[in-house]
Design a protein around this ligand. Structure first.
Ligand code: S3P
Length: 436
C-alpha cells in the first residue's frame, strides 16, 4: 500500500481501548467470582487471542458488542486443562501473563505462538515461577511453554532483572494464588495495570515506588464492571504526525494517561511540541483525558534509560519525530527493543535510513540527527511488526514523496481500524493496491 503526504492533519478522533488493560481485564475477569462487564475493550488480533485462550480454559465470554464483553469468571482455582495447545498468536503479553496465571492451576497447559512470538525470550517468566514451585518448561528458552500446574505455590521476593511489566505481571498473577506475600521489585517503573486491576478486584496489594506486594487474601477476586480508556500507543501515531506536519491540530479523545505509559507526551513536550490535555478524568481507575497536539518546530531531546519503560512501544514513532526535529535525539537504555515483535532497534534505524533519516544505533539505543524538513520517503517494511507499520504510515504522511508501506496489515495486531482512522485524520493519504 502507499501512504501519500498530506498538507496538514486536522481532526478529532477516538482510538480503541488499551491493549495492555484489555488483556488483563479478560485474564483477571476469567478468575474472578461471577461476571465482569468490560466496556471499551480494545479488539485486535492480540486481544482476540486472549478471549480464545480463556475460552479454551473453560471460561465463557459473551461478546455483547465489538468493544463490550462479559467474562463469566470461574474463580481463582477454576480454570480447566485445555484440550489442545493454546495459541497466543503474536501476543507476548498473553503468553507471559497466562504462564503466571496457570502456574498454580491443576493440569497441563501448553502455550504456543507464531514465528515472531516463538523467537522471543520466555525464560524470563519461567525462572521466577519455578522459584515459586511451579513446573514450567520452555523450548530452549522460547515457546512452546509447558506448565504442569497443580503444585502449591509459595511466595517469593523477586527483583526484575529487566524492566518488564509482563514478567512483573506473571509473578503477581501467580502471587495471588500463592501462600504468603509475593513482592516484585523493579529497577525502573513499568506499566502498573495488573496491580491496579488486582487491587480493584479486591486482592491485597501494597504498592511502593519501586516494588509491589500481593497476597491471596480471601482467595476471591471480583471486578464486576470495568471501562477501558483509549490506548495511548494507538493514539501516538496521530499525535506524532500532528506534531511534525506543519499546520496540524489533532485531538484524540478519552486516552489513557497513566504516568507509566505517557512518557511520549513528556518527551514530545521537551522537544517543543504544543500539547494540551482537556477533560482529565478517571476511566476504569486509570487517569485519562483528551489530548490535543498542534504542530510546532521541534528540537532534539535525550531520553534516559529510566524513562524508556514509559514510552517503550512509542520509540519507533518518537524516532520519526526526531528525524523532523532540529538537532540530535539520543535514546539510552533501550536494548529491550531487540526482543519485541521484531528487533525494533535495528528496524528503526534501518527503515528510517531507507527513507532519508539520519539514524544510527548505539550500544543500548539509537541516535538520530534531525532536520526540520520533511523526510524524503521511499519504501518501509513493517517486518510483520505493528509498531513498525505505524512508523511507516506516519513517516508517509509527513514525507516529501510518500511511503510504499510493505506489510501494513501488521497493524491488525493492535489496531485493526488504523488505516481508516488515518484516512479520517489525513484525508487522501491511504492508497490500497488495485485488486487483481
Ligand atoms: C506490555 C509490556 C511491555 C510492552 C508490551 C506490552 C504489557 O513489554 O512492550 O507491548 O502489556 O505488559 P515488556 O514487559 O516485555 O517490556
Amino acid at each position: 500500500m502507499r501512504i501519500e503526504p498530506v498538507p496538514a492533519l486536522v481532526a478529532h478522533v477516538a482510538v480503541p481501548g488499551d491493549k495492555s488493560i484489555s488483556h488483563r481485564a479478560v485474564l483477571i475477569g476469567a478468575v474472578c467470582e461471577g461476571a465482569t462487564g468490560i466496556s471499551g475493550f480494545g479488539r485486535s488480533a492480540d486481544t482476540e487471542a486472549t478471549i480464545a485462550a480463556v475460552r479454551a480454559l473453560g471460561v465463557e465470554v459473551v461478546e455483547e458488542d465489538v468493544d463490550v464483553l462479559r467474562v463469566l469468571g470461574v474463580g481463582l482455582e477454576g480454570l480447566r486443562q485445555p484440550d489442545a495447545p493454546i495459541d497466543c498468536g503474536n501476543a507476548g503479553t498473553l503468553m507471559r501473563l497466562l504462564t503466571g496465571l496457570v502456574a498454580g492451576q491443576e493440569g497441563r497447559f501448553e502455550l504456543v505462538g507464531d514465528e515472531s512470538l516463538s523467537a522471543r525470550p520466555m525464560e524470563r517468566v519461567a525462572e521466577p515461577l519455578r522459584r515459586m514451585g511451579a513446573t514450567v518448561d520452555t523450548t530452549d528458552g522460547h515457546a512452546p511453554v509447558v506448565v504442569e500446574g497443580g503444585a502449591a505455590l509459595s511466595a517469593i521476593d523477586y527483583e526484575l532483572p529487566v524492566p518488564s511489566a509482563q514478567v512483573k505481571s506473571a509473578v503477581l498473577l501467580a502471587g495471588v494464588q500463592a501462600d504468603g506475600r509475593t513482592t516484585v521489585a523493579e529497577p525502573m517503573p513499568t506499566r502498573d495495570h495488573t496491580e491496579r486491576l488486582l487491587e480493584r478486584s479486591g486482592a491485597p496489594v501494597t504498592r511502593r515506588p519501586t516494588s509491589v506486594t500481593v497476597e491471596r487474601g480471601r482467595g476471591e477476586l471480583q471486578l464486576t464492571e470495568i471501562e477501558i480508556a483509549g490506548d495511548i500507543s494507538s493514539a501516538a501515531p496521530f499525535l506524532v504526525a500532528a506534531a511534525i506536519v506543519p499546520g496540524s491540530a489533532v485531538t484524540v479523545h478519552g486516552v489513557g494517561l497513566n504516568p507509566r505509559r505517557a512518557g511520549l507526551l513528556d518527551v514530545l513536550e521537551r522537544m517543543g511540541a504544543r500539547i494540551a490535555i482537556y477533560n482529565r478524568r478517571s476511566i476504569g481507575g486509570e487517569p485519562a483525558g483528551d489530548v490535543e497536539l498542534r504542530a510546532s518546530e521541534l528540537v532534539g531531546a535525550t531520553v534516559a534509560a529510566a524513562e524508556v519503560p514509559t514510552l517503550v512501544d512509542e520509540l519507533p514513532l518518537l524516532a520519526v519525530a526526531a528525524c523532523h526535529a532540529r538537532g540530535d535525539t539520543v535514546v539510552h537504555g533501550a536494548s529491550e527493543l531487540r526482543y519485541k515483535e521484531s528487533n525494533r532497534l535495528d528496524a528503526i534505524v534501518e527503515e528510517l535510513r531507507r527513507i532519508g533519516g539520519h539514524a544510527r544505533s548505539t550500544s543500548d539505543g539509537f541516535r538520530i540527527r534531525g532536520v526540520p524538513a520533511r523526510l524524503r520517503g521511499g519504501v518501509v517494511d513493517s517486518r510483520g511488526d505493528h509498531r513498525l507499520a505505524m512508523l511507516g504510515a506516519v513517516a508517509g504522511v509527513a514525507s516529501r514523496e510518500g511511503v510504499e508501506l510493505r506489510g501494513g496489515e501488521a497493524v491488525e495486531t493492535s489496531f485493526p481500524g488504523f488505516f481508516e482512522v488515518l484516512e479520517q485524520v489525513a484525508p487522501g493519504a491511504v492508497h490500497y493496491p488495485a485488486a487483481s
